[in-house]
Design a protein around this ligand. Structure first.
Ligand code: GAL
Length: 439
């Protein structure tokens, strides 16, 4: 096994809150577990996988990966358990309940970084797969920076399937062209474009706050744009308080952006906000590049109906979100799960999956010839840009903290009290151990 260096960022401990959380969730959800896939643990040749990929693009990409697996392992019956709700809103709690109640799945979707290491590795639910990495020579084909985010105490615990970019502004080309507008590159340009559109009766920005996390996702893009990459890293590492002036500036910009958002944002999910942009009900949205997967599933072509630029003020910065699959310690069908992970990490699986999902293949030897222009641009940006890792998708802070931020921002977009919210965020950071020197 290759020697792996220290992680470039700090993971956060879980503390007793997590234990309480899972017990409560178990109590609440155990009754509905049997609905989450017709599973007979211990039975013959099956494979039970778990994800939250249910939206347009997500389902198709997962299906392509499953098709690849079936071609390799035609005898295996796949039990594909999916729980709707983008970013794992509902799935994460369901999965924890399921794992705790003695109904383990074989392999599940999880973000590299804190979500993988703090929520699952340190709590003892996962099996190291370093041998599989050695056997498949994966250390030679995946970027070392990614491998670090999958590793704990010299063991590797996951296989990355796709790399998403979080800081993307998607826009309806026709709408912007009709009004002679260029896609905004800075916050000032964003508000100038938004104002022009509003005066024409067009909703400038599609937001989806039903599941809360898209607002945190938007906040994160603004935070990186307003504070820059080093400020963002320092904030996540606990070196800067969350009531810092740049956090307040971020909240001010968020509040102003919400003033240009669709009024029905509290009832929309992320894909419905994308649909609003596609239909021309709104001009722009800020979302990860799984949005491209959605647009593609709806038959839209990049550069025709829609296009993208980096979210305001984030040119040259790439907010990274890495989807992975793991092997559970109690996997009922371990051999099948190992074969599944070989499909996940294989060239064929990565090629088929990422073309549909909107992400780029983490494997460096996947040929990009068949990918569209946006994917090729994203791949180039991944190597040229400054990389920062998404806290909104639990890569650099714990699930518990992200969930707390989701709640604080959900309140903020209705109350609009910047000082109060910044103080609350700082309190959450202290209580949940984000700030250095705290838990
Ligand atoms: C992210 C995940 C993406 C995409 C998105 C919306 O957390 O990494 O793959 O699925 O949620 O569901």
């Amino acid at each position: 096994m290759k020697k792996k260096g220290r992680l470039a960022f700090s993971f956060c401990g879980l503390g007793g809150g997590w234990v309480l959380f899972v017990l409560v969730i178990t109590g609440l959800l155990v009754g509905s577990l049997s609905l989450a896939g017709a599973v007979q643990a211990g039975s013959g040749s099956k494979l039970i996988i778990f994800s939250w990929w249910t939206a347009g693009g997500e389902t198709d990409a997962l299906q392509a990966l499953l098709d690849t697996y079936r071609e390799n392992e035609p005898e295996v019956e796949v039990v594909n358990v999916t729980i709707a709700g983008g970013a794992g809103t509902n799935a994460k709690g369901m999965l924890k309940a399921r794992m705790l109640s003695g109904e383990p799945v074989d392999s599940f979707q999880v973000h590299a970084g804190s979500e993988l290491i703090d929520s699952w590795v340190k709590t003892g639910f996962l099996q190291p797969i370093t041998d599989l990495w050695v056997k498949n020579r994966w250390f030679d084909v995946f970027p070392p920076q990614l491998v670090e985010m999958l590793s704990y105490k010299e063991e590797v615990y996951a296989v990355p399937v796709g790399v998403h970019r979080g800081n993307v502004l998607w826009y309806n080309r026709t709408l912007l062209m009709d009004y002679g507008l260029s896609p905004p590159r800075t916050f000032d340009e964003f508000f100038a474009v938004a104002e022009t559109l509003r005066q024409q009766g067009i909703v400038p920005l599609a937001v989806a706050s039903k599941n809360k996390w898209p607002v945190t996702h938007l906040f994160e893009s603004i935070l990186v744009g307003a504070g820059g990459p080093q400020f963002y890293r320092d904030l996540m590492a606990g070196k800067i308080p969350w009531n810092d002036t740049k956090v307040k500036e971020t909240l001010r910009i968020l509040e102003k952006m919400m003033g240009y958002a669709n009024l029905n944002h509290p009832v929309l999910t992320w894909d419905q906000a994308c649909e609003a942009v596609l239909k021309g009900d709104a001009a722009m949205t800020i979302m990860g590049d799984w949005a491209k997967g959605y647009f593609t599933a709806r038959g839209a072509i990049p550069g025709h109906e829609y296009d993208m630029v980096p979210a305001p003020n984030t040119k040259g910065i790439f907010i990274v979100i890495i989807d992975t699959f793991v092997l559970t310690k109690e996997a009922p069908h371990r051999e099948n799960a190992l074969a599944w992970l070989e499909t996940v990490g294989g060239v064929e699986g990565q090629m088929r999956f990422n073309q549909i999902k909107g992400s780029i293949p983490p494997r460096l030897d996947v040929p990009m010839g068949a990918f569209d222009e946006l994917a090729r641009r994203a791949r180039a940006a991944f190597f040229q840009d400054e990389l920062v890792f998404s806290f909104a998708h639990s890569s650099v802070t714990s699930d518990a903290f992200v969930s707390a931020v989701n709640d604080e921002l959900a309140a903020f977009i209705h109350m609009g009290d910047i000082d109060y919210t910044a103080a609350r965020l700082d309190r959450q950071a202290e209580e949940l151990g984000i700030r250095t020197g705290t838990k």
